[in-house]
Design a protein around this ligand. Sequence first.
Ligand code: FRU
Length: 568
Amino acid sequence: MQHTGEDVTTIQIVNPDKYLLLPVEEEAAESKLFINDGTGAIPIDVRLTQSTVDYYVPYLLNTDSKEITVEVKHPHSKNILWDKITQSNSFDKTNREYFRPVYHHSPEYGWMNDPNGMVYLDGEYHLFYQWNPYGSKWGNMHWGHAVSKDLVHWEHQGMAIMPDELGTVFSGNSVIDVHNVAGFGHNAMIAFYTSAGEKQTQSIAYSTDKGRTFHKYEKNPVVSADIPDFRDPNVFYHEPTEKWIMVIAAGQEVQLFSSKNLLDWEYESSFGEGYGNHGGVWECPDLLELPVEGEPGKTKWVLILNINPGGIFGGSAAQYFTGFFDGSTFTCESKPETVKWMDWGKDHYATVTWSNVPDNRKIAIAWMSNWQYANDVPTQQFRSANSVPRELKVYRANDETYMINEPVEELKKLRKNEQTYSAIIADRNQSFHIDSIIEDNDGAFELEIEFRNTSADVFGLTLFNEKGDHVDIHYNLSGKRFYMDRTKSGLVEFSKEFPAITYAPIEKAETYKLRIFVDKCSIECFDGDGKFVMTNLVFPEEPYNRLNFYSKGGQFEVKPVKIYKLGL
Ligand code: FRU
């Protein structure tokens, strides 16, 4: 090792091991590492340790290269603890995190944001994601990859698409080229992503071995523009016009392009000016046709559009528009000022759907975080998880079309045991306390609850533990709202934006059904008919293991409560 300048240090490695283990200190400033191992590798940013090692990240070395040079640039490079950098033939990926979800997808290590490139092929659901393999804060965007046969058991596949001279690899989606129009091969998996370099442009990578390896298209990028925020391509096939359509988020609108061969794209139209919420940049669009509930054979075009900031409870959120698409232009059917939210929590972002799913099911997944505090949530070995997969439909009400979000059927496979608690009748202002209700509890469970015969205006439940961490979940009928309050849910002080009360609009009904999914650090409340869903992160220092039902101003009845322990 040599200090070759005030801010440059060079390390020589002879006969390398498999991994260079880089020590990370999360609060340290980033160093830039130029690793010259003969493969033309792109520089990476790593928060190299200056006082303590929070964790290590592995850089895969080219073991065919006898001599490797690592040049490190850092304004105070002498402060780095150089002797903590080591080599090894193994990297320990064993989970060390208390808050790691049991049944939600999360990266093996490192930072994750948006789900990307989701596509089904030959019995496998592919889930790619924005990944930093060199630290648990945002940076060095790669596509990581996981595969599942049933949407609930995920197998890590490591790196899928790596940065290149055009830039790092931002969000996008994938399609299966059944008729080989692009010429990469029958059933090639074609991934569209944003190359984030000096400009944001749209690129292609393809795989002919079911997503295990990707090749970059030699004529990348395939779509460019002089717009600073121009990203997150979403491609689908439009049967009636026999064209492929690409939707790209462009500032505060979307632009639509079309192609016959998936390679050459022509501008068609733009949508967005004056419509919906414009509190931030539009990101991660998804234009799709959803089945209409109760009207067999009918469908409706829906444009999902993620926005940051400007979300209903601050920061990131997913809005959607319903309307018509003729193969060239999307027309919104609602008044321009109408804003429709897909999820009523604070931690549901970058929501997009799988393509090519059998039976034309439309299944979405969201990144369960919010840019307001995503980099600061109290985990280190990994950061962020995805929501449970949700099946999407629409229903009509009051001359409008709204989305239905239901937990996918496959989640029932996770149910390990069932406890049933008999019906509870609560009198006026009486609280019912059920002790130690959630047995054998590691913080991963589902509750099925049905309230009925409600004369009470306010009724609900509190989920809590002996430490006093609690989450209040209740209906307020006169206020026409469903609420979740996480202000005292556990660790909340890592960001002033984290403590929050979120609410969803509701209508008066005969019964109020809920399915609540809890998994270590998240709560997803689904209305029984899918008419609202609310996703919020929580960090209780021990699992919530008690339930308290309560009402204000009247009676209510709870049908036998079902509690399922969930596990893989
Ligand atoms: C959304 C987003 C995308 C972008 C990616 C970068 O969370 O900002 O627009 O492609 O994250 O990681």
